[in-house]
Design a protein around this ligand. Structure first.
Ligand code: CP
Ligand code: NVA
Length: 301
């Protein structure tokens, strides 16, 4: 039987997301009412971080403990990966000792290679190209607040990065429109990820016009720190502010995967304002990823 991995948003069908979201509601309810739910007793998750993390680390680690299992945290610096051990060998070894692996790394090919040599499911905790766990939580959060996302308009303002690409894949799976505005030179390379669901705007205000959800991310992602100053100049007009939220739908939500830089990609009055659901969004990483772990390890329950 082939192993199921979660490397890109499009790895799961609409039906699978419907299942995951239904399980997320149950798992969240158990958590909120202090009722133990421990279907992963004696199961081990290995987490490999080649980049920094707060939310991904805490949500996966806390999630495993809460479900009765354990999580092992590995970073490049404290493993042989940092001394050049080939990823194929690391995958072969780790996957003989644990039940599931989560990786945050640079080039997406690294995680694909790991998955190829792994005996257990591999989860993408962010690569340069994709951040599917984030968008799984984001779509769940939208549905919690506003009902079905099908047919809605999501506006992406800023860098055509990993988070944007996962949003585009989600647009195809869920049938919504993604309005994207990026500074010249930072376009989203759509490829076959859902081009017909993508509408590109030169003017960020036009991308936000009438949108049901406005979302953005840092101007400089991890790995591009050398470009920080240059990007500050080029991205200056791609800031989500009150004026932009006013041009969106009257009940539009604001999301940001976090960490955020107030005064750069978003103003404080938007991220800390009434339309922002960023804290629910961050919390839902925990509940949706617990559903993901349950699904990958135990199948449909
Ligand atoms: N949004 C997100 O993935 O956050 P971390 O980098 O803190 O994990
Ligand atoms: N695009 C950001 C997301 C961080 C969660 C990055 O890759 O750094």
């Amino acid at each position: 039987m082939s192993i199921k991995h979660y490397l890109q948003f499009k790895d799961f069908s609409r039906e699978e997301y419907d299942h995951l979201f239904q399980r997320s509601i149950f798992i969240k309810q158990q958590f909120k009412t202090y009722q133990p739910y421990q279907p992963l007793k004696d199961r081990t998750l290995a987490m490999v971080f080649e980049k920094n993390s707060t939310r991904t680390r805490v949500s996966f680690e806390a999630g495993m403990y809460q479900m009765g299992g354990i999580a092992i945290n590995l970073t490049t610096g404290d493993t042989q990966l940092g001394r050049g051990e080939p990823i194929d060998d690391v995958a072969r070894v780790i996957s003989r000792m644990v039940d599931v692996v989560m990786i945050r790394t640079f080039d997406h090919q690294i995680i694909e290679r790991f998955a190829e040599y792994s005996r257990v499911p591999v989860i993408n905790g962010l690569t340069d190209e994709h951040h599917p766990c984030q968008i799984m939580a984001d779509v769940f959060t939208f549905i919690e607040h506003r009902g079905p996302i099908d047919g809605k308009v999501v506006a992406w303002i800023g860098d055509g990065n990993n988070v944007a690409r996962s949003w585009l894949q989600a647009a195809r799976v869920f049938g919504f429109k993604l309005h994207v505005s990026t500074p010249p030179g930072f376009e989203l390379q759509a490829g076959d990820d859902g081009g017909e669901h993508l509408k590109v705007f030169a003017d960020p205000m036009e991308a936000a016009r009438g949108a049901d959800l406005v979302t953005t991310d840092v101007w400089t992602s991890m790995g591009w720190e050398d470009e920080t100053e240059d990007r500050k100049q080029k991205f200056a007009d791609w800031q989500v502010d009150v004026e932009m939220m006013q041009i969106a739908a009257s009940n539009a939500l604001f999301m940001h995967c976090l960490p955020a830089h107030r005064g750069e990609e978003v103003t404080a009055d938007v991220i800390d304002g009434a339309q922002s659901v960023v804290w629910d969004e961050a919390e839902n990483r925990l509940h949706t990823q617990k559903a993901l772990l349950e699904y990958l390890l135990l199948g449909k329950i």
